[in-house]
Structures are given as structure tokens and as C-alpha cells.
Design a protein around this ligand. Structure first.
Ligand code: AMP
Length: 124
């Protein structure tokens, strides 16, 4: 049962289609737990999305229902992607929009990685 208020997981969402190879992406990283690719409308010089390979509509759903190994593997992948992109030293921001108030558009849990410049205030 989904816990995020976004409804049940919809297999036709854009990121599910990217995972199945039905839509292209500019892949940055992939392992057993995660796929990372460039955001199609970047809001920073580096703007990458990291998505789990499992069907979760949101962060809340992922945190509540994914196995611990899946959660650990996913967040380890987020850190690996940031490191691979050379963002550790200058720094970067990760962000996950969860639900309506946060303007979550795609109902497959994802983490944004922003970097490549000084990013300014948290919600600017
Ligand atoms: P959110 O508002 O957190 O759900 O963010 C969804 C993100 O997905 C936005 O930053 C979009 O630019 C991005 N996006 C939508 N479609 C694609 C796509 N086909 N490939 C890459 N990024 C996408």
C-alpha cells in the first residue's frame, strides 16, 4: 500500500520507461540499485537524477517499504555518483521532492544532485 498520497505506482511513468529502456537517457552511472542520468532541464551546471531500480512512487514510499539493503544500496549509489562527477570537494546538494507541496512531478522516487557552482540559499 503506498504511503505518500501519490496513489499506487504507475508503471507508465517516465522514469519507469527509462529504466525499461523504452525512453533514452544520458546515463551517468548504473549499478544493481540505481540508475543515474542527466536531468532533461538542468537547473545547475551539473544536475543529475538518481533513481532506484525498484518501483516506489516517492521518498516516503521508498523509506517505508523498500528493504534495508535496497535503501542502503541506493543512497550509496547517490554518493558514488556525486564522487564520480567530481563534486565532493567543491560540494553539492541533494534534494528529493515528496508529494504535492514539494512539486513532485514524476511518481518514481528520485534524488536530484546539483553542483558545478555555488548554489545559494536552500530554497532560492
Ligand atoms: P520532480 O519535480 O522532483 O519530480 O523532478 C522531476 C525532474 O525530472 C525534473 O527536474 C525534470 O526536468 C526531469 N525530467 C522529466 N522528464 C525527464 C526525462 N525524460 N529525462 C530526464 N529528466 C527528466
Amino acid at each position: 500500500m503506498p504511503v505518500s498520497g501519490l496513489g499506487p505506482y504507475d508503471d507508465a511513468n517516465i522514469f519507469a520507461r527509462i529504466l525499461r529502456g523504452e525512453l533514452p537517457c544520458r546515463k551517468v552511472y548504473e549499478d544493481d540499485y540505481a540508475l543515474a542520468f542527466d536531468d532533461i532541464a538542468p537547473q545547475a551546471p551539473v544536475h543529475v537524477l538518481v533513481i532506484p531500480k525498484t518501483p516506489h512512487v516517492s521518498f516516503a514510499d521508498f523509506a517505508a517499504t523498500a528493504p534495508a539493503e535496497t535503501i542502503a544500496g541506493f543512497f550509496a549509489a547517490v554518493a558514488k555518483v556525486a564522487k564520480q562527477l567530481g563534486l565532493e570537494e567543491p560540494g553539492y546538494r541533494i534534494l528529493a521532492n515528496m508529494g504535492h507541496h514539494a512539486h513532485q512531478e514524476v511518481p518514481h522516487f528520485h534524488v536530484h544532485i546539483f553542483g558545478g557552482r555555488k548554489l545559494g540559499a536552500m530554497l532560492a
